[in-house]
Design a binder for this molecule. Structure first.
Ligand SMILES: Nc1ncnc2c1ncn2[C@@H]1O[C@H](COP(=O)(O)OP(=O)(O)OP(=O)(O)O)[C@@H](O)[C@H]1O
Length: 232
């Protein structure tokens, strides 16, 4: 397993947000974490990164139990890269300058400037453009490309479809499918967009009120489950 959360309880101050969350992502696996707004999906990512206090339960990277408090650099060194909600593209840097920022904790692997640009040709075309002058979809590709520059075993994406036009969400789904299929990069996808979940993920966990309440193959995400957990 690349990542395991085992009965994790997490708090913002005294606010108890995660109530015993357990989930795991194995090598090459593609997992979606779904649920309505405010159920604790981003907090789960923050627990992995040590950005929220984990008071009980275990977090393991490649089978190694992490001592508390967790720290973001430990996840990075363990090969876990995160694309946060609402990308953080540095405004004064061009596309070409933004990409290497993801390589600070670089591991050996297939991703280089050249292979990232082959995956997302728009990044090569707009290499000299300031990152924040890109469209929302292009900025999302840049954020993903930058994360890949670390050569992660696991890429965690927090609602990458947010604010994107439907045609761009389709492109994003295709890109995630390709990178998972070709390079075997595992995915943990926090999403509400069913089309993207179906394209990019194979397994799902549904969250409600800080707990995992349903899990299974994405193929079995039926209307009843979606209605209950996604409100669609
Ligand atoms: N920094 C914080 N301090 C206190 N409470 C917080 C903080 N961040 C989030 N929360 C609360 O924690 C709960 C879970 O939030 P979280 O962001 O994990 O939800 P989510 O499922 O990712 O939803 P969304 O899609 O809206 O981000 C919410 O009730 C939220 O109000």
């Amino acid at each position: 397993m690349i990542l395991e959360l085992d009965g994790v309880h997490a708090f913002y101050g005294e606010a108890h947000i995660l109530h015993g969350v357990s989930l795991a992502v194995a090598e090459g696996e593609r997992v979606a974490l779904v649920g309505r707004n405010g159920v604790g999906k981003t907090t789960t990512v923050n627990a992995v990164l040590g950005l929220v206090r984990v008071r009980a339960g275990a977090v393991r990277f490649h089978g190694a139990a992490q001592t508390l408090p967790l720290r973001p650099y430990r996840a990075a060194r363990a090969g876990i890269a995160v694309v946060v909600q609402g990308q953080r593209i540095l405004p004064n840097l061009t596309v070409r300058e933004n990409l290497p920022l993801g390589a600070a904790v670089r591991r050996p692997g297939p991703w280089t400037l050249a292979s990232v640009c082959a995956m997302f040709p728009i990044l090569a075309e707009r290499a000299a453009t300031p990152g924040t002058a890109l469209s929302g979809g292009q900025q999302q590709m840049l954020a993903i490309g930058r994360a890949l520059m670390a050569n992660p075993d696991l890429l965690i994406l927090d609602e990458p479809s947010e604010g994107l036009a439907p045609v761009v969400v389709d492109e994003l789904g295709e890109a995630l499918d390709r990178l998972a299929t070709r390079e075997g990069t595992a995915l943990l996808l926090i999403e509400q967009h069913l089309g993207l979940i179906r394209r990019a993920a194979r397994q799902f966990h549904a969250m409600a009120k800080g707990r995992i309440v349903a899990s299974g193959p994405v193929a079995g995400l039926d209307e009843a489950v979606l209605h209950e957990h996604l409100g669609v």
